[in-house]
Design a protein around this ligand. Structure first.
Ligand code: HPA
Length: 250
């Protein structure tokens, strides 16, 4: 069996890749428990990839209960090098309009009590601190940005992703604070996923889909219907991007 080099982690709105010609599913058992589901192997645009829906195939695992360590460990042991993490987010700053995609370049972590490292426990040889100055893999980001350019998509080429605990959405005051901190986007799954990928030396970047204006950034409440409508628009762009980058990253 050949080993695909690229994994796609699907977020809310991307629990399956419709054009993926599935060749096999593999249940992985990891030292950290079960991943969100079996790894789905298949061909997209004639290229073999692995797909893993972060919230499970039926979208039932909430962000704070995703087993991020098991997911990242499973992808690493499936042999992939490159990971594109698709994630639904809220837009905080003006440029981050719903329906657009963004390729963030920074993260601030507001999550708590999630298992957030592989480097702990009794069998540790020495304390390890990974570099996270630039949390996303620059070459994978650039590949995504080239695709966005080639496809002439309306997308933002940077942004600081603020990772919140969820599953509730934020208060307007929390979003104001996050903006003062420098956040452009808010989502619930960017951490610890990004840090764990770095710990296992995966080349990981995020393709964020802006599903709504963050709390207090538009009149009225955030509704699930609005989120679903914007995700539909954004995910169509994501699928174009994924199909376009697959050769370069596989
Ligand atoms: N906040 C946090 N996570 C999100 C949001 C939001 O507004 N929209 C989509 N994911």
């Amino acid at each position: 069996m050949s080993t695909p080099r690229l994994a796609i982690i699907g977020g809310t709105g991307l629990t399956q890749l419709k054009d993926l010609e599935i060749t096999r599913r593999q249940v992985m058992h990891t030292p950290y428990g079960e991943p969100s589901g079996p790894l789905v192997f298949g061909h997209l645009n004639d290229t073999e990839i692995v797909f893993l829906p972060r919230h499970g195939a039926r979208h039932t695992i909430p962000p704070h209960q995703v087993n991020y360590r098991a997911n990242i460990w499973a992808l690493k042991h499936a042999g992939v090098d490159n990971v594109i993490a698709v994630a639904a987010v809220g837009g905080i700053t003006d440029a981050m309009r719903p329906g657009m995609i963004a390729i963030p370049d920074q993260i601030i972590d507001y999550t708590w009590s999630r298992a957030s490292t592989f480097f702990e426990g009794g069998d540790l040889e020495e304390v390890t601190h990974i570099d996270m100055t630039w949390p996303y893999h620059q070459a994978v980001r650039e590949t995504l940005l080239r695709a966005v350019d080639d496809l002439e998509l309306d997308a933002v080429d940077h942004g600081t992703y603020g990772a919140t605990q969820g599953p509730r959405l934020e208060t307007a005051a929390e979003i104001d604070r996050m903006e003062r901190d420098g956040c452009d986007l808010v989502g619930m799954t960017g951490m610890p996923e990004t840090a764990l990928a770095r710990e296992l030396e995966l080349n990981y970047a995020c393709c964020a889909v802006i599903a709504n204006w963050a709390a207090g950034r538009s009149a009225g409440e955030i509704t699930m219907d609005d989120i679903a409508a914007n995700l539909n628009v954004g995910m169509a762009k994501v699928k174009q991007v994924l199909t376009h980058v697959i050769h370069a990253l596989s």
